[in-house]
Design a binder for this molecule. Structure first.
Ligand code: HEC
Ligand code: HEC
Ligand code: HEC
Ligand code: HEC
Ligand code: HEC
Ligand code: HEC
Ligand code: HEC
Length: 344
């Protein structure tokens, strides 16, 4: 109440703005912090309903009010008849901000995602929480929603937490992007993953990637989606099945490495390239094939060239010497023939 009074006293502060802030403070009173455990009778487990406000303010929706997404049933407690908007309810935005959203191609992303096993296997399950209703398309395709405690529908929010979502351009550094993007996959795909939708690999992640040399190194130093989505697009949301994820070692280990177009697309160029191709990736790792050195390339060409020349010269000289030897032998044979018995 003190806050509301203080804000409405500020000159020029619109009443609506003050209400906005006041309701957000209400939400925060019960939800801000690192841990807010509540018992959820529906899943019969304790769960954390805390929002890390520090991380929220760093995200792309920092300016979006809780109630813009949590549209119905949250202004009262206990919350009732809840309705919450998900990514595709608001995006791509229309009107004034349409141009901001265009580059992300939200409709393509959705189409690709809805073709993956992540979506198709769980489209009939219940939403995770708070009235995030199935899309019309999913309902049409699926019929009545099943409800089991451990299964839930797979939505964009399984990988992109709406509270903390940050675009790749704003994360900028490749190593941080990799950590950010792998974190969601690893929540469900580590060897000992548990919980709703967990899919621990059988018998292990390393075994599942046995086709690779240095599989552990690859799992630690590369981004899952740089193999597990079609490498043709910069941001792809499909999931090629099984061996389809192996799109060739050359996709990374070559001068035209896709890593430059994808993971490293916002990495600022290093001050000095030291003559290497794909220099922005060099501070993080040395990737065979991608990190060729221009001077070394030239040195190699020159060395190979000189070697070939030397070989040619050597063979030429040997040929000439052989001809001279043959001519000499021929001459002495002729002399012997024209001078039988010898000229003593
Ligand atoms: C008096 C404390 C209190 C206030 C104020 C409050 N909440 Fe909650 N909220 C809770 C508790 C406790 C739960 C967990 C039990 C439940 O699901 O009802 C919860 C659950 C939630 C959930 C998850 C619901 C689900 O089905 O899993 C959301 C989302 C939520 N609150 C959003 C908000 C928003 C947005 C506001 C501000 C408008 C708000 N809350 C205000 C206490 C509060
Ligand atoms: C951009 C939209 C958006 C904004 C802004 C937003 N939320 Fe949410 N929130 C969601 C969605 C969507 C879910 C459900 C996620 C899911 O089903 O996986 C959710 C879930 C929650 C939950 C339940 C968490 C859980 O693990 O069960 C709480 C609590 C919550 N929000 C509180 C808040 C509060 C407090 C604010 C404001 C500070 C806020 N939200 C702002 C979209 C939003
Ligand atoms: C309530 C509607 C709403 C929901 C739900 C929502 N967003 Fe947003 N989103 C916005 C608004 C409004 C902005 C602009 C924020 C700003 O500029 O302060 C935004 C910004 C963004 C941006 C940055 C756009 C730019 O121009 O840089 C991206 C990307 C984005 N959202 C993706 C998502 C994703 C992914 C989800 C689901 C996890 C989601 N949004 C859910 C309303 C929403
Ligand atoms: C299986 C996990 C997963 C799911 C599900 C998922 N995404 Fe993504 N999404 C990612 C990853 C990983 C990236 C980062 C790709 C990149 O930047 O190269 C990403 C990137 C994005 C971006 C930002 C691109 C940029 O340039 O910053 C948007 C917007 C987005 N996703 C929207 C969505 C929407 C909308 C859905 C649901 C229809 C969705 N995603 C479902 C994993 C997922
Ligand atoms: C919320 C948990 C969750 C998240 C997050 C998640 N997955 Fe999955 N994933 C699953 C489940 C469950 C399956 C099994 C689907 C089925 O039943 O076929 C699966 C299946 C897969 C498969 C297919 C395996 C096969 O049998 O061929 C691949 C590949 C995969 N996920 C990669 C990823 C990648 C890459 C990411 C991150 C961008 C990711 N997943 C994020 C839960 C998750
Ligand atoms: C260098 C490319 C590459 C990288 C990086 C990579 N994968 Fe894979 N992954 C593959 C290929 C190819 C297969 C299929 C192997 C086969 O069928 O023999 C596979 C298989 C899988 C499977 C299916 C396992 C099963 O049999 O159930 C999952 C799940 C998976 N990967 C998740 C991930 C996750 C999560 C990451 C990131 C930590 C990741 N992968 C990184 C190429 C890659
Ligand atoms: C998604 C990109 C990507 C793909 C696809 C990929 N690699 Fe790699 N590879 C890397 C990265 C990144 C490293 C780690 C470099 C480092 O940090 O030392 C690496 C390291 C290696 C190394 C170790 C080299 C060294 O100097 O330590 C070998 C060998 C290798 N890869 C072979 C392969 C083979 C063979 C394939 C195809 C079956 C393949 N890679 C596919 C990205 C990739």
């Amino acid at each position: 109440m003190i806050f509301i009074a203080a804000f409405s006293l500020l000159p020029g502060y619109a009443q609506a703005g003050a209400v906005h802030i006041a309701t957000k403070l209400q939400c925060m009173a019960c939800h801000a912090g690192s841990d807010r455990f509540v018992h959820d009778p529906e899943i019969g487990k304790v769960r954390n309903v805390a929002i890390d406000m520090g991380a929220f303010r760093q995200g792309d929706h920092a300016e979006t009010h809780c109630l813009e997404c949590h549209t119905e049933g949250f202004d009262v407690f206990p919350h009732v008849h809840m309705k919450t908007y998900t990514c595709m309810d608001c995006h791509p935005r229309e009107g004034e901000h349409a141009a901001d959203d265009e580059p992300y191609e939200f409709h393509r992303i959705r189409k690709e995602f809805e073709g993956t096993v992540h979506f198709t296997e769980y489209k009939n399950e219940k939403e995770k929480c708070c009235g995030t209703k199935p899309t019309a398309a999913a309902q049409q395709a699926g019929g009545a929603a099943l409800s089991t405690n451990d299964k839930q529908r797979f939505t964009c929010e399984q990988c992109h937490d709406p509270h903390y979502f940050k675009t790749t351009a704003r994360i900028e550094r490749a190593q941080l992007i990799m950590k950010n993007d792998n974190k969601s996959c690893l929540r469900c795909h580590t060897d000992d993953a548990t919980g709703p939708l967990a899919d621990p690999a059988e018998p292990s992640m390393v075994a599942a990637h046995a086709y690779l040399p240095h599989e552990e190194l690859h799992l630690e130093t590369t981004r899952c989606v740089d193999c597990h989505s079609s490498v043709k697009a910069t941001v792809a949301h499909d999931l090629p099945e099984g061996k389809g994820a192996d799109q060739g070692c050359n996709s990374c280990h070559s001068i035209n490495s896709v890593l430059m177009e994808r993971l490293y697309r916002y990495e600022p160029p290093p001050v000095r390239t030291l003559g290497f191709h794909n220099a922005p990736m060099l501070p993080d790792s040395y990737i065979m094939g991608a990190h060729r050195h221009r001077a070394m390339d030239w040195a190699t060409y020159v060395l190979v060239g000189v070697s070939i020349l030397l070989i040619l010269l050597h063979s030429g000289l040997r040929l000439a010497a052989r001809r001279r030897r043959m001519q000499r032998a021929w001459r002495s044979m002729n002399e012997d023939l024209s001078n039988p018995g010898g000229a003593r």
